[in-house]
Design a protein around this ligand. Structure first.
Ligand SMILES: Cc1cc2nc3c(=O)[nH]c(=O)nc-3n(C[C@H](O)[C@H](O)[C@H](O)COP(=O)(O)O)c2cc1C
Length: 126
């Protein structure tokens, strides 16, 4: 049976991707929550932690927003290596380092239970 894991108030899950969504960097909180090691995460597409309850429309909106240079904020349900799940409040944005190729960063913290409830209702109808 899959169970819900909860972030602490101090948890800050960070990852960085290339323009295709392949993971270039993952911090320790990402490893702790997801159950994957950095070696297992880096180089893999970010959809490796996608939960089946997440609608494609949410990620379409995420990608369109960040590619246009705007910041995306939303609630995301992710799956862990063991098949459990956790909700995050994610803020995703584009960075361009020294005129190099674009990259994307996501910083995630603990959502309120109201935010999670609203997301569950919203995603059901997407
Ligand atoms: C910086 C960044 C972080 C992302 N983090 C997640 C994440 O935590 N979970 C997730 O399911 N998708 C995340 N995505 C979106 C994935 O790249 C992908 O669009 C999504 O998982 C749907 O993939 P699919 O349509 O190939 O199944 C992230 C994208 C970016 C740019």
């Amino acid at each position: 049976m899959s169970k819900e894991l909860y972030l602490d108030e101090s948890t800050m899950i960070v990852s960085e991707t290339d323009i295709k969504g392949n993971i270039l960097y993952a911090n320790s909180d990402f490893c702790t929550l997801s159950g994957f090691t950095k070696d297992e995460l880096i180089g893999r597409p970010h959809n490796m932690v996608r939960h089946k309850d997440m609608p494609s429309a949410a990620f379409k909106d995420l990608w369109e927003t960040v590619k246009s240079g705007k910041t995306w904020n939303g609630r995301v349900k992710n799956i862990t290596k063991d098949g459990d799940f956790y909700w995050v409040d994610a803020t995703v944005y584009k960075v361009t380092k020294n005129n190099a190729e674009e990259r994307y960063i996501s910083v995630r913290s603990k959502p309120s239970s109201e935010q999670v409830q609203t997301a569950i209702e919203l995603y059901k109808n997407l």
